[in-house]
Design a protein. Structure first.
Lengths: 203, 143
């Protein structure tokens, strides 16, 4: 399992199996609830006139690597309006980027503001891209007792499913014990955190 | 045979014994995974492509019947012969989105034209893994 920052996904080339460029990732769209990557917004491909953005639904991603997002053909891309219309108003609200939202524990403590989203790529027959955590700019209450390397940003794991609104992300208070600054071992952090939650606790 | 060795070889007419041109490029159809034509340089006029089934790739020269065997590429062949779709020197991606390097050379069967291997740095990727040759990259199946 590889954990990436969502910001690293932007500008990644989208390439067909025929070897043609189909554009670059302009943005990451999340499923309702923010638990997984639902699609990429793709721009600058030159396939559609006027630089119109298209959406690449995650289930159409054939390969995802350091150099490119691979698709079987440009048929995988749909106009972004069609995509957002198909997933519905409800989902398009959830599809919004949560960067800037405040992370709040279920006991009412504000941990900080989201600066990036951590996505885990789970290889397998069907490639999955789960949201496993956030990079946050810690709030003053955390700043006192948390070392602040790497520009003061810390990483926090999140459960499988969680409550998200435009302003807040609510995480179990237990997440506070799993704050880290190490992306390299973050997959283990998530595994331990989710094991503690036991899968029974869904907030 | 490496296509770097095949480049520059003279194309001789067996009818007239004249030199019709010089082998310049190899046109590979990724769907067939073989060379379907060679592009010639130093040819008079616009007839610049010699379909593979009309030539014999010999050790010292390429032979063909005559000038009437040369064609102006059109349709699908024109797309494949486009210089942007040349494999040599091109970036290689696998279907998992990893970059493998650039195509240094291509090993082909001089009789059938089949692509035996793509040479990418120190790596030899079998021709059977070839999936696409496009303007952005050559695409091969992930190992």
């Amino acid at each position: 399992m590889t954990v990436l920052r969502a910001s690293e996904l932007r500008k990644k080339p989208v390439v067909t199996f025929a070897g043609e460029s189909a554009g670059v990732v302009a943005d990451v769209l999340y499923a309702t609830g923010g638990g997984s990557v639902a699609a990429f917004a793709v721009g600058g491909g030159g396939l559609l006139s006027g630089g119109a953005h298209t959406a690449l639904p995650w289930d159409q991603v054939a390969g995802f690597g350091p150099a490119a997002v691979m698709i079987r053909s440009s048929d995988a891309l749909v106009p972004i309006g069609t995509y957002l219309g198909a997933v519905g108003d409800d989902a398009s609200a959830g599809a919004r980027d949560v960067t800037g939202s405040t992370v709040l524990t279920d006991t009412g403590e504000a941990l900080g503001q989201v600066t990036d989203i951590l996505v885990a790529l789970v290889p397998g027959a069907a490639l999955q891209a789960d949201v496993v955590g956030y990079e946050i700019a810690p709030s003053a209450s955390l700043g006192g007792d948390t070392p602040a390397p790497g520009g003061g940003r810390v990483l926090i794991p999140v459960p499988d499913t969680m409550s998200v609104s435009a302003q807040h992300l609510v995480v179990p208070a237990a997440a506070r014990g799993y704050l880290t600054d190490d992306l390299g071992t973050f997959d283990q952090t998530v595994t331990r955190f989710r094991a503690e939650l036991g899968g029974a606790h869904r907030c | 045979m490496l296509i770097s060795e095949g480049r520059g070889r003279k194309v001789i007419s067996t009818n007239s014994a004249e030199t019709l041109g010089i082998v310049d490029t190899f046109v590979i159809d990724p769907a067939l995974r073989r060379v379907v034509a060679v592009g010639l340089s130093k040819v008079h006029g616009r007839l610049t492509v010699l379909p593979w089934e009309r030539l014999t790739f010999g050790a010292d020269a390429v032979t063909t019947g005559g000038i009437t065997d040369l064609v102006v590429p059109d349709g699908q062949l024109a797309g494949l012969a486009d210089r942007h779709h040349s494999a040599l020197g091109h970036r290689v991606l696998d279907t998992a989105g990893r970059e493998l390097g650039t195509v240094r050379d291509v090993d082909i069967d001089p009789t059938s034209g089949a692509v035996i291997a793509l040479l990418i740095g120190d790596l030899a990727v079998p021709g059977s893994a070839l999936i696409g040759i496009g303007g952005y990259a050559v695409v091969v199946a992930a190992a």
